[in-house]
Ligand binder design. Structure first.
Ligand code: ACO
Length: 327
């Protein structure tokens, strides 16, 4: 006999990308770089940059409105907003509360999660925990970033890699049977290791320097950790969900670099046809990259109801993890 359990099921997705599209060639006007270098090393061809004055909450609100419309819900149907970002509008309040007000949501609670590029996986896991513990029934999970604000435009090794954007999903408590055939989140797997915090960081911050700072990255080292840790986390989360790599219909990885995405897939023996790739059009949008890719994949039909999906990410901290879910 199977037991009745609560599952956090995705009811809606949405995304927003700023209007301004910047092709690789733009960087050649002020840096010693080329479209060929950027494309071959990262897979990135273009990215979107927020307009002057356009904030992370602007992007997040648009993505959230899309997810609400997709779910057929109103703002006050939501109990909780969790917003993953490393580029908040302000030091405080949480950008999530700004979005709460902008959506016209007058109840519930809203907070930010900061785990850099792993932020959405962390936020999704936290949303799942709130739903499973009965503290919330409907959670709006947003990943939103304006990484263009923390670029060092003189550093060709980093500024060509990132972009701005936002994506959102709505999770709802739903009864399941407790088996891997249930819709919803089946398992989560989170890790961090602060010993590696210096290989990917921002050079300033409120307490340390009273400034915003710029992104700095030891790319080769991050790369080395990424493939190994993402593959391990994916295997572990699938194992915890009671499924195997062979059961996976769709992989939605963090979109940092096509070489990391394809080498991780290769290590897992997963064909690239099953992998959602948006890095060519979005660049690395940090916490926004996974919900953006989810929304694009749903719109294109690459992911559909009943599919077994695994999503994985790594970023500054280092922080990494994976989530297995049935769409
Ligand atoms: N244009 C032209 N040449 C460049 C550029 C550029 N934009 N950037 C670096 N180079 C040069 C370097 O100076 C170096 O020249 P040298 O050999 O004369 O010193 C040469 O290209 C090779 O540089 P590498 O750093 O060795 O290039 P690599 O193949 O490692 O690619 C990259 C660099 C793309 C950053 C890669 O290491 C990478 O993707 N790492 C992972 C980064 C990542 O994914 N981070 C995101 C995860 S976490 C998060 O999302 C925040």
């Amino acid at each position: 006999m199977t037991a009745s359990v609560t599952r956090a099921v995705i009811r809606g997705v949405g995304h927003y990308l700023p209007e301004r599209v910047v092709e690789n060639d733009w960087f050649t006007t002020f840096l010693d770089t080329s479209d060929e270098w950027i494309k071959s090393r990262s897979g990135i061809e273009r990215r979107h940059f927020a307009a002057e004055g356009q904030t992370t909450s602007d992007l997040a609100t648009r993505a959230a409105e899309g997810a609400l419309a997709d779910a057929g819900m109103q703002p006050d149907d939501i109990d909780t907003i969790i917003l993953a970002t490393s580029t908040p509008d302000l030091t405080f309040p949480a950008t999530a509360t700004i979005v709460q007000e902008r959506l016209g949501m007058t109840r519930g609670f809203a907070f930010d999660v900061q785990a850099v590029c792993a932020g959405f996986v962390y936020a999704l896991s936290n949303a799942n925990a709130l739903i499973l513990s009965g503290q919330a029934r409907r959670v709006l999970v947003i990943g939103a970033e304006t990484f263009s604000r923390i670029m060092n435009w003189e550093d060709r090794t980093t500024c060509v890699l990132f972009g701005d954007g936002a994506g959102a999903v709505i999770l709802e408590a739903t009864e399941g049977t407790g088996t891997a055939s249930d819709r919803g989140i089946l398992a989560t797997d989170l890790h961090s290791d602060g010993r590696h915090r210096d290989i990917l960081k921002v050079s300033g911050g409120v307490s340390a320097s009273q400034s915003t700072g710029h992104l700095m990255m030891a790319g080769k080292e991050v790369f080395r950790h990424a493939v190994e840790k993402l593959a391990r986390s994916t295997i572990d989360v699938l194992d915890r969900a009671g499924v195997t790599v062979g059961d996976v219909d769709c992989v939605i990885p963090h979109q940092a670099n096509i070489r990391i995405i394809s080498r991780t897939a290769q290590k897992l023996d997963l064909p690239m046809e099953k992998v959602v790739v948006t890095v060519q059009d979005h660049g690395n949008t940090s916490a926004a990259s996974i919900p953006l890719a989810m929304s694009v994949a749903k719109a294109s039909g690459q992911v559909s109801e009943g599919d077994l999906v695994v999503t994985e990410a790594i970023g500054g901290g280092l922080a990494w993890g994976a989530v297995a879910l049935r769409w």
